[in-house]
Design a protein around this ligand. Structure first.
Ligand SMILES: *[C@@H]1O[C@H](CO)[C@@H](O)[C@H](O)[C@H]1NC(C)=O
Ligand SMILES: *[C@@H]1O[C@H](CO)[C@@H](O)[C@H](O)[C@H]1NC(C)=O
Ligand SMILES: *[C@@H]1O[C@H](CO)[C@@H](O)[C@H](O)[C@H]1NC(C)=O
Ligand SMILES: *[C@@H]1O[C@H](CO)[C@@H](O)[C@H](O)[C@H]1NC(C)=O
Length: 480
């Protein structure tokens, strides 16, 4: 009963409100539509033309508390032709958005801005200082729909959009659920594109970030910055660029945990993705930023011992992966083209919980190893490099199978299986299995006699015609 009454009152209120707004002679159908429209105006991502119109009408009085929370930068005097400096105008819109009415809290201390939107109105704006958020403690905000270009006096240590508060209140996260979408950021070879500091659940979606001199997207601290469907390149090129040798800068730096980079293309930069934090996911990324041959790196894992990184379903195109002392690293389902390879770089000599499996490698028959070591490793545990498909490069693995075939009808007492050209780690075999097959009339005693230099020696007590089949494993985990 109580619920029915509440519904009836609600319907009545809506109708009254609607009639008030749209006139007395609206038909019942029109009322229903209008009620819906009113309702939808409060929703952050509704994109109906009617809503756009409502937003436009409202933009002339953004400060009024009853208007939808859409802040059009052109209403603040931003110049969409990119001629006049629009820094102050856009900062004004961002600042007002952050000051907008709150609708409760997200994480403790993070005011829910209710899906407020800063709309770049499809313009192209000249920016001379970082668009740095003035205050911290805000969430549920969208900035979208236009291009930003750094002017010739933009500071080289700045980022066009900077989610690090100019003033910070408290020690918690700065921002939560801020979305940067449908943006083209042109740093004009001065500074970087986007910086996200100590923030939670930041989305960078469908952006094109170019001409950065330092870093395209820098994530420092915080959690769960999701970068997706985004293109990054220092120079606008589509491969085979005559200036490739001088590409510099880093497209993405992840200096924090639990971030995700998915469906991203990195088309020019010295380093594609630099990973300095744990538990980051890289998936569906195409790196053709700067060829290894010119000194570039596709993905660089530069935190020894703390990586917990998954690199899956990605395309390393003439540029490879470098991992320093990897611990819990998976590289799987990736395609390495143009002699691209993986380097395990020793800092303290630890490689643990590493899976490099089920990848494809294609090269040009120069004999380049698919996995290479830079320095020596003395702590190797649970490292599996296996089941990769290799064409035109040299297969390396931690598991190898081989045989010492019988020598015609001759007889012998020694069989050597040499794995030194296949196994990744020098002089390391943790486990050997062998099968001894003879069709001679005698029944010899045989044994594994020596494992050294990645060679396996099996011997028998008497001369027999026999073949020996051997499996050697360098890094698997074994039960004792
Ligand atoms: C770009 O960065 C390099 C150092 O990485 C610096 O030498 C150069 O001056 C920067 N370019 C500009 C325009 O500031
Ligand atoms: C910090 O936030 C509280 C609550 O919003 C406010 O009362 C206080 O003035 C703020 N302090 C500073 C330094 O901004
Ligand atoms: C091995 O011996 C068999 C018969 O015992 C003979 O037919 C065969 O030709 C021999 N093979 C070689 C390589 O000597
Ligand atoms: C095993 O082989 C290596 C290399 O040939 C040799 O130096 C070593 O002495 C051998 N070990 C034994 C126990 O025979």
């Amino acid at each position: 009963m109580g619920t029915k009454w509440a519904e009836a009152i609600l319907v009545l209120c809506c109708s009254l409100l609607t009639i008030h707004v749209h006139g007395n002679n609206a038909s019942p159908k029109a009322i229903t539509k209008a009620s819906l429209l009113l309702h939808r105006q409060k929703r952050p991502y509704a994109q109906s033309p009617a809503l756009e119109l409502a937003s436009k009408l409202a933009s002339s009085s953004v400060a009024a508390s009853s208007s939808p929370l859409v802040y059009h930068v052109t209403s603040y005097g931003a110049d969409p032709t990119g001629k006049a400096d629009s820094t102050d105008a856009i900062l004004g819109a961002i600042s007002d958005a952050l000051k907008g009415p709150g609708n409760g809290f997200l994480m403790e201390g993070i005011v829910n801005l209710g899906g407020a939107r800063v709309d770049l109105d499809g313009g192209n704006y000249l920016i001379s200082r970082p668009l740095q958020f003035p205050v911290a403690g805000k969430g549920n905000l969208l900035i979208h729909g236009g291009s930003l270009k750094a002017s010739q006096d933009f500071p080289n240590d700045g980022y066009l959009i900077d989610l690090s508060p100019a003033s910070k209140n408290g020690s918690g996260y700065n921002y939560e659920f801020v979305t940067l979408r449908d943006l083209l950021l042109d740093s004009g070879f001065r500074g970087g594109g986007i910086q996200v500091v100590d923030s939670l659940r930041t989305n960078i979606d469908n952006c094109y970030i170019t001409r950065f001199n330092t870093t395209g997207i820098s994530v420092q601290g915080g959690h769960e910055t999701y970068i997706r469907y985004t293109y990054l390149g220092q120079r606008i090129t589509a491969g085979g660029d005559p200036n490739e040798r001088s590409f510099s800068g880093t497209a993405i730096v992840l200096s924090g945990n639990d971030n995700s980079v998915t469906e991203v293309v990195i088309f020019s930069a010295a380093v594609g993705i630099m990973i300095l934090g744990q538990a980051n996911l890289i998936s569906g990324v195409h790196c053709y930023n700067k060829a290894t041959g010119f000194g570039g790196t596709g993905i660089y894992l530069k935190t020894p011992g703390l990586t917990q990184t998954r690199i899956v379903n990605s395309y390393l195109d003439f540029t490879g992966i470098v991992a320093e002392d990897p611990v819990q690293l998976t590289i799987s389902g990736c395609f390495f083209l143009g002699d691209a390879y993986v380097v395990l770089k020793s800092v303290k000599g630890v490689a643990s919980g590493v899976n490099i499996v089920d990848n494809m490698f294609a090269g040009s028959d120069k004999g380049i190893d698919i996995v290479q070591l830079d320095g020596g490793f003395n702590q190797v545990d649970q490292v599996v490099i296996d089941k990769n498909s290799v064409k035109g490069m040299k297969l390396k693995a931690t598991v190898a199978r081989g045989s010492a075939e019988r020598n015609g009808n001759g007889t012998t007492t020694s069989w050597i299986a040499d794995f030194s050209s296949v196994l990744v780690f020098p002089n390391l075999i943790k486990q050997v299995q062998y099968t001894f097959i003879t069709d001679g009339s005698s029944f010899p005693v045989h044994a594994l006699r020596n494992v050294s230099g990645n060679k396996v020696l099996v011997q028998s007590d008497i001369e027999v015609p026999a073949s020996v089949y051997v499996t050697a494993d360098q890094g698997g985990h074994f039960f004792s």
